[in-house]
Design a protein around this ligand. Structure first.
Ligand code: C5P
Length: 228
């Protein structure tokens, strides 16, 4: 398609989501939070009493694919915050819990699940443009994106950001647990066989460790202005 896509990939809590949303708002583009799709399927798994330690058997894999194919989700923005419905039930808070993110990263190794979510993600590329954030936006989902960003930040900085985000949303959080989970999740996302997290060729690597949100957004907008 000829709809311009800005692909923003990076590790957990690198600020991808906030940056991508701000860039989309600035350009009047649509926004895809691809991680939310994996998180929604993870919620269905948790609701079905799946444990983090469960092995992905053939039965479980076909269940994941079925959930992906029949996913009934609504994404909206309300009062400036996110508003997500899963099977008509609001899951805006639950989707952001650490347990949900950890389960999402566990099931995201499953290639049939990734394949089942592919077209749904591509459908977000609507005029006048799309900003998509995730792990494989530039490599797999939108390989022809005119701008690909790999947004990174030090693990400790990311753990601190996640901590503030969770506390701000009224959850309890513990720094050392967060740092540990974040490193385990990164390791899993980077070492998996299918669509591993890594900067794709042609991606601009941005380190946001010492940048504010506004500075990072400006850097992305400047890069986009240069390619658009
Ligand atoms: O970005 P977020 O933390 O919401 O993503 C949750 C998990 O979903 C990630 O840890 C990753 O394993 C998986 N994911 C993925 N591919 C994407 C987006 C997310 O594998 N495009």
């Amino acid at each position: 398609s000829t709809v311009p896509v800005i692909a923003i990939d990076g590790p957990t809590a690198s600020g991808k989501g906030a940056v991508a949303q701000a860039v989309a708002a600035h350009l009047g583009f649509h926004y895809l939070d691809s991680g939310a799709l994996y998180r929604l399927v993870a919620l269905l798994a948790l609701d079905n009493n799946w444990q983090q330690s469960d092995e992905l058997t053939a039965d479980k894999i076909s269940e994941l694919v079925h959930w992906a194919n029949t996913l009934n989700a609504v994404f909206d923005v309300e009062h400036g915050g996110e508003y997500i419905l899963l099977n008509n039930i609001e899951v805006s808070a639950r989707i952001r819990e650490e347990a949900t993110g950890n389960m999402a990263s566990k099931i995201a190794v499953c290639q049939p699940l990734r394949a089942a979510l592919l077209q749904r993600q591509r459908d977000f590329a609507q005029s006048p443009g799309l900003v998509a954030d995730g792990r494989d936006m530039g490599s797999v989902v939108f390989p022809n994106a005119p701008l690909k960003i790999f947004l990174n930040a030090d693990a400790r900085v990311r753990a601190e950001r996640r901590y503030k985000q969770l506390i701000g949303k009224g959850f309890s959080a513990n720094m050392s647990d967060l740092l540990h989970d974040l490193q385990a999740r990164d390791a899993r996302d980077m070492s998996r066989a299918h669509a591993p997290l890594k900067p794709v060729e042609g991606a601009f690597v941005l380190d946001s460790s010492s940048l504010t949100l506004d500075e990072t957004v400006k850097a992305v907008l400047d890069l986009y202005a240069a390619v658009a």
